[in-house]
Design a protein around this ligand. Structure first.
Ligand code: ATP
Length: 777
């Protein structure tokens, strides 16, 4: 991206003009999308426009509705919920006359390309508009509403879709803008409900959004360990769902649970397509189980509030891609839809995506639920199976025969991270459904060697763990060799563990490697062992994601939003925020994009004096430019290890000094606040997914390990299958991947730096910088 003057509006009318619109139901993150589109358009040398109030803005036209946007107009929008350019459901646009007016007004404004952020309805309208464009402009020419020169100039309209919808119901993309924020609101509400339900030993039926899509209900069900969910894709007959629900709820109550939570998607139906409403569910719980039952319909709360980090980042990356897509489009290019698959931004066919989305609704209407389910991605199906395995299982009738039942241990190592409890809870409950015996090693390796802190996990004791922060079984940083590896082997032998799950960060990584190496001397370690990465630094080799990194990202983002507000209230103030993460710049880089920080300094790049000078110069320009206008706070994020010399305080003093009175700068240290209080829904649901995969890994590797458990075992470095029985379970894109610890330790890690060799977040840094006009030297 070229460096352009920060005040650029791209006023020259010969430049291409790109307009953005938000349409349909609003979704948190739409503002980040608009901000990214406006600023990227300006960076690309185009004019930027916002169409106000959805398609109504096109039908009405004029500079009030098709408004030229400058760089400053979208400042600070990332943290704001809803959509600042308005949205609407516009009947007129469904008619040809409405679309004709839309075409006229776009041509009058000189717009060449339109990016629509909305749901499938909005994108259907957009595609129809592009399809009709030639005939619309012909009619405008024939009726003398445009000149022949305008007719020639605006032969083609480029359209692009970015999907803004809280339901996460669009086919071909793994996530839609707003869905994770909405899930966050739902989980927070259910966490609140859970405590009052506990006090009165009540049942609550919670209705959440999702007309043809049960994603919100399913994910909230996992994240809050609800007792039962009702979703449109998997209906049962009227009798069956009632029996099944009552059976599961009664089982949980008989085991001693005081609360009952049933989540009903707005579009829940029985197999004969009869809608199931929250009141129907309540009636069943009252009549058949005599539970004191209340209904909570969450409604518009689910759309409200500030977007979570995931949505801000997704919307930003998609906005940048959308501008590039319309600039690269030719008249022959099918309209693109910007999707996220495997954590990468992709262009998909808009028409095809909308068609597939509509196919789900059609399949449900045709009672072809198998097809509806097959049109959902495999992750959705895996989550649904997981939910049923951990929440609905009958522990008296486990899935596996006696000879396949195992004794499995789980331990937390390193600093606490959001999602650790979710992993322990899910591992244990899944073990119970399979027939395995789950044990926790409390307080890490030292807990084991000093106090023999091994306890079997009990279902009732773990109620509520899914939504708790920290580590319920305790954690510390000591590695096996530091603690006493011989003693650890002794206890493994004593409890006859058949498999081990380690949940933690870099010390956990080192722990797994030490245990694998010690297999030669200690037969007790010749069992499948697997690591679930969990650390806010997100620096475990073999995974792009660690449990706790999303919770930390959101905690730091919220902290930065508050600091930024304080800075905005004080004239000409900037803050340097000190960020944790060891040698990893992940947290600082991603937060920087989510909050629109002016600068982020990370250990991978360090702080050079030249770059610091340049950054101060840019900030001075900013403060000069905004004199007499609205005040905005500026943030500088600095990873602790970005510089040994500059602490946040030092750096802020230097910046204040160099700013020569143009602005002043203060230091802010959030410290352990960054670990977060409650785990985010992403960390909770991924904790469950990884824990169940970890148990499956141990089950599947029993045969491989059997031979090695014999006494005449001799370490063979070439025995790849055996070494693969000690692996890291990572997430790459949306795939769960297993990589042997030896491979990672020897080839993919920089052990002295406690970092993976490959850094996967570099691109987000480049985009974050260009969206704030930072000049990189
Ligand atoms: P949500 O997922 O929140 O419901 P949506 O984009 O699907 O969002 P809709 O109400 O279906 O919401 O569509 C929004 C607007 O898009 C409509 O009010 C209308 O102006 C336009 N639109 C929808 N479908 C069409 C269509 N088939 N032809 C023309 N315009 C349409």
């Amino acid at each position: 991206f070229p460096y352009l003057p920060l005040s650029s509006t791209g006023d020259d009318s010969s430049r291409k003009a790109i307009a953005v619109m938000t349409s349909g139901g609003d979704a948190p993150g739409m503002n980040s999308n608009v901000r990214a589109i406006v600023r990227t358009a300006l960076f690309r040398g185009c004019r930027a426009y916002a169409v106000m109030e959805g398609y109504t803005g096109l039908v009405e036209g004029g500079p009030e509705y098709i408004k030229q946007m400058s760089w400053d107009d979208v400042r600070d929008w990332s943290s704001q919920g809803g959509t600042n350019i308005g949205t609407a459901r516009c009947k007129e646009f469904r008619t040809r006359e409405g679309r004709l007016l839309g075409a006229l007004h776009l041509i009058e404004a000189g717009v060449d390309a339109l990016i629509v952020c909305g749901g499938d309805g909005s994108l259907t309208g957009a595609d129809l508009f592009r399809h009709e464009w030639p005939s619309l402009i012909k009619e405008l020419l024939d009726t003398n509403r445009i000149t022949s020169s305008q007719y020639k100039t605006y032969q083609h309209l480029n359209i692009c879709g970015t999907v803004g919808s809280i339901d996460n119901d669009m086919a071909t993309t793994d996530a839609t803008i707003g869905a994770y924020s909405s899930l966050d609101r739902i989980c927070t509400a259910i966490d609140y409900i859970e405590s009052t339900a506990f006090s009165h030993s009540r049942a609550f039926v919670v209705e959440v959004m999702g007309r043809n899509c049960g994603w919100l209900a399913l994910m909230a069900g996992i994240a809050t360990s609800a007792d039962y969910i009702l979703i449109p894709e998997k209906p049962a007959s009227s009798r069956d769902w009632q029996d099944q629900m009552c059976d599961i709820v009664a089982k949980h109550r008989n085991r001693g649970k005081r609360t009952t939570i049933v989540i009903v998607a707005e579009g829940a139906i029985s197999a004969d397509l009869t809608p199931i409403k929250a009141e129907d569910v309540k009636e069943v719980l009252v009549d058949r189980l005599h539970l004191d039952t209340r209904v909570t319909i969450l409604g518009h709360v689910q759309r409200g509030g500030t977007p979570v980090a995931f949505d801000r980042i997704l919307a930003t990356l998609q906005g940048v891609e959308a501008v590039d897509a319309v600039l690269e489009s030719t008249p022959q290019t099918p309209s693109p839809l910007i999707a996220i698959n495997e954590n990468q931004i992709h262009r998909k066919s808009l028409v095809e995506s909308v068609k597939l989305t509509k196919d789900v609704a059609a399949a449900i209407q045709a009672k072809d639920f198998k097809k509806a389910m097959s049109l959902r991605d495999t992750e959705f199906i895996e989550h649904l199976n997981n939910f049923m395995a951990i929440n609905s299982a009958d522990h008296n009738k486990p899935n596996l025969p006696h000879d396949k039942r195992l004794r499995l241990a789980i331990v937390n190592i390193g600093a606490p991270a959001g999602g650790m409890n979710s992993a322990v809870y899910s591992m244990a409950t899944y073990c119970m459904s399979q027939g395995h015996k789950p044990y926790a090693i409390y307080n890490g390796w030292t807990g084991l060697t000093r106090h023999e802190s091994v306890r079997s996990l009990n279902w009732l004791d773990m109620i509520g763990w899914q939504s708790r922060g920290g580590s319920e079984i305790g954690t510390n940083r000591t590695t096996p060799e530091e603690a006493d590896i011989g003693m650890i082997a002794y206890y493994f032998q004593k409890y006859q563990f058949d498999g081990l799950i380690i949940v933690g960060g870099f010390e956990a990584f080192v722990s797994l490697h030490q245990l694998e190496r010690a297999r030669d001397n200690y037969p007790a370690f010749r069992i499948p062992m697997v690591l679930i990465p969990a650390t806010l630094s997100n620096n475990v080799p073999g995974s792009e994601y660690s449990l706790g990194s999303d919770t930390a990202l959101n905690s730091l983002m919220e902290y930065c939003d508050v600091i930024k507000q304080s800075a905005s209230s004080t004239r000409d103030r900037a803050f340097v925020v000190e960020v944790q993460g060891g040698n990893s710049g992940y947290l600082a880089s991603l937060t920087s994009m989510a909050v629109g920080a002016q600068v982020s300094y990370v250990p991978e790049e360090g702080i050079s004096l030249e770059q610091l000078q340049q950054d101060i110069k840019t900030m001075r320009e900013y403060f000069e430019l905004s004199k007499g206008r609205n005040r905005f706070g500026r943030l500088i994020l600095k990873s602790i290890n970005a510089s040994k010399v500059f602490t946040a305080e030092h750096l802020s003093d230097v910046i204040t000094e160099e700013a020569e009175g143009e602005f002043d700068c203060k230091g802010a240290v959030p410290g352990h606040v960054q670990q977060g209080e409650l785990p985010s829904p992403i960390d909770r649901t991924r904790g469950t997914r990884l824990a169940i995969r970890a148990v499956n890994f141990i089950e599947n590797n029993q045969d491989v390990i059997a031979e090695a458990r014999s006494d005449n075992y001799c370490y063979d470095p070439d025995d790849i299958a055996l070494h693969a029985t000690a692996s890291v379970l990572g997430i790459k894109g949306s795939h769960v991947v297993l990589t042997s610890i030896n491979q990672l330790y020897d080839f993919e890690a920089e052990i002295s730096k406690r970092m993976p060799k490959f850094i996967h977040w570099t691109k987000t840094r480049i985009i974050a910088d260009h969206l704030v006009g930072r000049k990189k030297l």
